[in-house]
Design a protein around this ligand. Structure first.
Ligand code: ADP
Length: 260
């Protein structure tokens, strides 16, 4: 009876070990899928602006440069494509730094209302392209000082506002609002765009994750934005949340510490 027991124990241990190994193999496979998809996404993302720039320059070389209107237009387009490449490379740098734990925050006091205005002004051109109205809805009459890393918060706001536009509705809106929570300030960004299915909500903060690949791909992006955003907010010991209804819209909110 003892040896039968022993055998049963060994068998169950071996089975347990095999299960763990299978899980690990699945995890590695999934990681490898992620990595492949990521490299594919990044090269696709970089290719678009590179080929565009090549096209613009060819147009200029083939005589466009002689025409003041054409050369201004194509130089501006070239500049926009270069901007796009810079932001992709910056995303890659950010995620690498964040994941190796190299993020050091430079905490300063600044007016979050002014910072939001700056972001909205910077992204106005994208909103115009989609005829989306971009505004602060409960515009505070006084500055609201928060304590945070201003450049990182600029990155967070830019990501959330650009997403709200990208996944927004043509002719729709993107609203930013501020809410006083005693110790903290909550910033909310709402769009009335395509929304996110309930089952996908927890996944949007994962690296490289994009809800509807074909639809997201049209919009351009690497699937890194929201994971960067989440890392940054958590590094501040603050929180970020979202709620969303398909075809109705999405709201992201995050908190910041008020400056004393
Ligand atoms: P991406 O580079 O794809 O925009 P993000 O990490 O910023 O990557 O977002 C991940 C995914 O979450 C997006 O691909 C999109 O499917 C979804 N998403 C993000 N923001 C919104 C939003 N405001 N409305 C609807 N879907 C969104």
């Amino acid at each position: 009876a003892d040896s039968a027991n022993l055998l049963a124990n060994v068998k169950s241990e071996v089975e347990e070990w095999a299960r763990t190994q299978m899980k690990e193999i699945e995890r590695l496979k999934e990681l490898e899928r992620y990595r492949k998809e990521f490299v594919g996404n990044v090269s696709h993302e970089l290719k678009t602006p590179i080929f565009n720039i090549q096209g613009y320059i060819l147009t200029l070389l083939e005589g466009g440069i002689e025409d003041d209107k054409i050369n201004m237009l194509y130089l501006k387009r070239t500049e926009k494509s270069i901007d796009r490449m810079i932001s992709i490379v910056e995303d890659l740098e950010s995620i690498t730094k964040l994941e190796s734990g190299e993020l050091t925050l430079k905490m300063v006091s600044f007016d979050i209302v002014k910072t939001v205005k700056e972001v909205l002004e910077m992204e106005q051109w994208q909103a115009d392209e989609w005829h989306i109205s971009l505004e602060i809805i409960n515009k505070p009459s006084k500055p609201i000082y928060v304590k945070a890393d201003r450049n990182r918060i600029l990155e967070v706001l830019t990501n959330l506002v650009v997403n709200a536009i990208k996944y927004g509705k043509k002719g729709g809106f993107v609203h930013v609002s501020f809410h006083d929570l005693d110790e903290n300030i909550m910033v909310e960004i709402t769009d009335n765009g395509i929304g996110i299915e309930k089952k996908n909500l927890p996944r949007v903060f994962e690296r490289f994750y994009r809800v509807d690949k074909s639809r997201s791909r049209e919009q351009g992006g690497t699937g890194l934005g929201l994971s960067i955003v989440k890392h940054i907010i958590e590094a501040h010991n603050q929180s970020i949340n979202l709620r969303s209804v398909v075809d109705q819209g999405t709201t992201f909110n995050f908190t910041l510490e008020k400056a004393k």
